[in-house]
Design a protein around this ligand. Structure first.
Ligand code: GRF
Length: 195
């Protein structure tokens, strides 16, 4: 199945998906990176892997609808059937939601509904919880609010900083995202999509 990954930053989850697809543990063809930050490291990862990238600057458009229409055209051009958000720092609007309803997922670095939005790792440290984690969920119009698909717990350790906790969470993310995506894509195929 043809997949697009949306990222705004380093793209380490994008890389984990690329690696899993290359190894064959993820039966997906990653066709496109969509990125709203021209300087993001994710763009370099796409170039290195020979994956097409659609890079846009939201400020150059008059509305979310306008840039999402362009994204939609790119997705259609690459025959994309499933979207994985991986550190895409924008709320998805109605254009993409209506075209990809039930076929768009996100990964978030907390056990939702706790610590949605930005800096989930910092939020967990400030709340002094002993455990946080990772959630994969379907995307809806809210901020990290869509139906949960899977969660994995990650312990917070004595003396953790944002960096050490984030590294532990990302290790879990890089294992969890390809595995969950594989199951979801398998189920989509069973549901009748043939590519
Ligand atoms: C990840 O922690 C993901 O859960 C969140 O944004 C971060 C992206 O990291 N949505 P990376 O760009 O994949 O390294």
């Amino acid at each position: 199945m043809n997949v697009a990954v949306f990222a705004s930053g380093s793209g380490s989850n994008f890389q984990a998906l690329l690696d899993a697809a290359a190894e064959g543990t993820l039966s997906a063809s990653i066709k496109l990176l969509v990125c709203d930050k021209p300087g993001a490291y994710a763009v370099k990862r796409a170039a290195k892997a020979g994956i097409s990238a659609f890079i846009f600057n939201a400020k150059e458009y008059s509305s979310k609808e306008e840039y999402e229409q362009e994204i939609l055209q790119e997705l259609q051009k690459h025959d994309v059937q499933f979207i994985a958000l991986a550190g895409y720092m924008r709320l998805v609007g109605t254009v993409l939601l209506s075209a990809f309803e039930g076929r768009m997922v996100n990964i978030h670095p907390s056990l939702l509904p706790y610590f949605p939005g930005k800096d989930a790792v910092g939020q967990a440290l400030a709340a002094r919880v002993q455990e946080t984690g990772v959630t994969i969920h379907y995307v809806d119009s809210g901020m990290d609010t869509g139906p949960v698909i899977e969660k994995a717990a990650v312990p917070v350790q004595e003396g953790d900083t944002r960096e050490t906790l984030q590294a532990r969470i990302q290790k879990t993310e890089h294992e969890l995202y390809p595995r969950v995506l594989q199951t979801l894509l398998h189920n989509q195929l069973a549901g009748g999509i043939t590519k």
